[in-house]
Design a protein around this ligand. Structure first.
Ligand code: OSB
Ligand code: MG
Length: 368
């Protein structure tokens, strides 16, 4: 395949309700949608999941726009690409910038699958045509959290993740556990604790959580290994796993029992698949993490989650979890705790251009 043209859409959409984590409250989501077009006019879509500000990782919408327009897109334009895996080598001399790379790489996976007339998930050797859905409750007071969980359980979600932080942890989880004794429940701390908080982290062992996600520093692997020795609850690493090597280190040091794989954070589908394969070999569970994303990224997440190792429900919620109307058609829906993976070629969803154009704040065409 040869990419002839790339369209960049910078978009902005309000969330239905603000989403609060230990680090940031998101009211409005900005993002970048990429449309890659080959010589025959075939199109593929990718999404850059960086936020407007660098609160989750260093990248932002603007750094990604810069990387894409000044460096990454020029590297792929008019170049013979045999397989999306080739991009690893093509981008090799550019450090980091994983979300920018992933946006373009995933668009090329979509295009490649469409040219092969196969759904992306079968191109990636997925093994299931529906995936279990999980949902995330932002940091909230206890009554609001319980009310939200009731609604999500009625919607059919199979797993609930609650955001915690110092002072909003033990009591919150205790009350939720009392209301929902059998719920598949987990907590995400977004790196808001240190080893000095060992006692409160240990106290959460009472509640039979599936896991506790990223309790310690964003760049830490060693201290998580110390903490994991003290906890019964498996640790899940999110922010700490940026590269394949990070995953190897975490496995070698027994820093976690679970890894949350986000396509954007690890720099694309090829790396996501490699980390999945490594975890499978080493009995580390994996699931697909969410980024408050729009439908294009949601669709790529769905395809990834069909891989064999993705047995625990990920942050895979319906379009309606965050959006009045998503930019894809049909919208992602949850039924009986599962999301069906479409069988059309590529990501299997169409772009809802009416919606995309309405939320576009800036548009640019780059061609050769
Ligand atoms: O830490 O997993 C996280 C959203 C944005 C940035 C980081 C995280 C999250 C979530 C997932 O918790 C929310 C979702 O998209 O379902
Ligand atoms: Mg997380």
């Amino acid at each position: 395949m040869r990419i002839h043209e790339v369209n960049i859409f910078i978009i902005k959409m309000p969330l239905k309700q603000p989403f609060t984590t230990a680090l940031e409250t998101v009211n409005e989501r900005e993002g970048i949608i990429l449309e890659v077009i080959d010589e025959q006019g075939a199109k593929g879509y990718g999404e850059v999941v960086a936020f407007s500000t660098p609160w989750y990782t260093e990248e932002t919408v603007k750094t990604c726009y810069h990387m894409l327009t000044d460096l990454l897109i020029p590297l792929v334009l008019d170049k013979q690409i045999n397989h999306p895996n080739d991009l690893q080598m093509i981008f090799n001399h550019i450090r980091g910038n994983h979300m920018a790379k992933a946006g373009l790489e995933t668009a090329i996976w979509d295009l490649y699958s469409k040219l092969e007339s196969k759904p992306l998930w079968t191109v990636m050797n997925g093994v299931r045509d529906e995936v279990p859905a999980g949902v995330v409750v932002g940091t909230a007071n206890i009554n609001d959290a319980i009310e939200q969980i009731h609604v999500y359980l009625e919607d059919g979600y199979e797993r609930v993740k609650v955001k915690i932080k110092p002072g909003k942890d033990y009591q919150l989880i205790k009350e939720i556990r009392t209301y929902f004794p059998k719920l598949a429940l987990m907590a995400d701390a977004n790196s808001s604790y240190t080893l000095n908080d060992m006692d409160v982290l240990k106290s959460l062992d009472e509640f039979n959580l599936l896991m506790i996600e990223q309790p310690l520093a964003v760049d830490d692997i060693v201290e998580h290994s110390i903490l994991q020795k003290e906890l019964k609850t498996p640790i899940c690493l999110d922010e700490s796993i940026i590269t394949y090597h990070d995953a190897e280190s975490a496995i070698r040091l027994n820093s976690c029992g679970v890894i949350n794989i986000k396509i954007g954070r690890v720099g694309g589908l090829r790396n996501a698949i490699a980390i999945h394969d490594l975890c499978q070999k080493n009995d580390i569970q994996v699931w697909c993490g969410g980024m408050i994303e729009f439908g294009v990224s949601r669709a790529h997440n769905l395809a990834l989650s069909t891989k064999e190792g993705f047995t625990i429900p990920g942050d895979l919620s319906a379009s309606s979890r965050f959006w009045e109307e998503d930019i894809i058609y049909p919208q992602v829906e949850v039924a009986n705790g599962k999301v069906k993976v479409p069988n059309q070629p590529g990501i299997g969803f169409d772009i809802n251009f009416n919606r995309l154009y309405r939320v576009t704040t800036y548009r640019e065409n780059i061609n050769c």
